[in-house]
Unconditional design. Structure first.
Length: 318
């Protein structure tokens, strides 16, 4: 373990080959240090030392080096006293003294084991080990989360492909409803009030009335409604020098004022167009306001027809 202190602590790392060369130990020894939390695995066959572990090893290394130097100084002094200066320089005599100290190697090994044991019991080691385990747990949790997101995305895409309907071509269908179509059902004019009058045929020699008919009223407050199913409605009326101002609303919302006055009489004229509506049932309403253009001679309003626009599937599209 002490031999690994030659490597700088993290964020630096070192290879397994360098660690084995420095420690002169088998790879199983590195695995034991990693299991004990004294080494950190940094990818493919690379390791790193925590700063606290590296500092402890370097401090112990300095103590061992000082102890070794003191022993060598003691050996040299002993040789000088026993044999004199010349023999103290004799390599064989020095080797014999060092050989007699062969047990020190095993003692150093035992001390190293003791240091590792003490490190394992220290609060700092326990904190570092828990931190490493917590980081591992976070990493594993993040990997599982990413995997779950990927699986969910693939499943959602597959489900969407299986359940999505192919685009079906549609076309707009226009239905014209003449003012003479009366009743309280869908696509029927429901005239409310005593002032409404109708004619069909109307003796329209010029042919400007739709289906040669129209309805009119000048009693304030009278109104007409029409319930329809579609996406838009267009209202047509009759302009005339004696016609006034009507109020149009849709689905009970705010009213729009339309002026029927014209210096010449003109039938089947587009008076108002609704915005595009959501597909479904809607209610059109026209109300007699009793108001008029200053140039008009009366306050009549008229109904000539409406066009209902609805979307239908195009079953035969070439």
């Amino acid at each position: 373990m002490h031999a690994l202190s030659v490597f700088p602590p993290k964020p630096n790392s070192f290879s397994e080959e360098a660690a084995l060369a420095a420690s002169q130990q088998p790879v199983e020894a590195l695995d034991e240090l990693w299991d004990a939390g004294l080494l950190e695995n940094w990818g493919s066959e690379r390791y790193a030392l925590h700063q606290a572990v590296a500092d402890a090893l370097r401090a112990q290394g300095k103590a061992w080096a000082a102890q070794k130097q003191r022993r060598e100084d003691t050996d040299t002094s002993l040789l000088t006293k026993l044999f004199g200066k010349q023999e103290s320089d004799d390599l064989s005599a020095t080797a014999s003294i060092k050989l007699g100290r062969g047990q020190d190697a095993s003692e150093i090994g035992r001390r190293g084991e003791m240091i590792v044991s003490l490190l394992k019991k220290s609060d700092r080691y326990i904190y570092l080990r828990r931190t490493i385990q917590r980081d591992r747990s976070k990493f594993i949790g993040l990997m599982f989360l990413c995997l779950a997101i990927i699986v969910w995305g693939i499943s959602a895409a597959f489900f969407s492909l299986r359940t999505s309907k192919p685009d079906i071509p549609v076309r707009i269908q226009i239905t014209a409803i003449d003012d003479s179509v009366t009743g309280r059902g869908t696509n029927q004019f429901n005239y409310v009030g005593s002032g409404w009058q109708q004619c069909q045929p109307c003796g329209d020699d010029n042919g400007f009335l739709y289906d040669n008919s129209n309805s009119w009223d000048n009693t304030t407050g009278d109104y007409v409604t029409l319930t329809f199913s579609g996406v838009q409605i267009k209202f047509y009326g009759v302009l005339d020098p004696k016609h006034g101002i009507g109020a149009i609303s849709l689905d009970g919302r705010s009213e729009a004022m339309i002026d029927y006055y014209s210096a010449t009489r003109l039938g089947d004229q587009l008076m108002w167009t609704s915005p595009m509506l959501p597909e479904g049932t809607h209610t059109f309403k026209l109300r007699v306001t009793g108001k008029k253009n200053p140039s008009s001679a009366n306050t009549h309003i008229t109904v000539d027809r409406v066009d209902i626009l609805s979307s239908v599937e195009a079953t035969n599209v070439s």
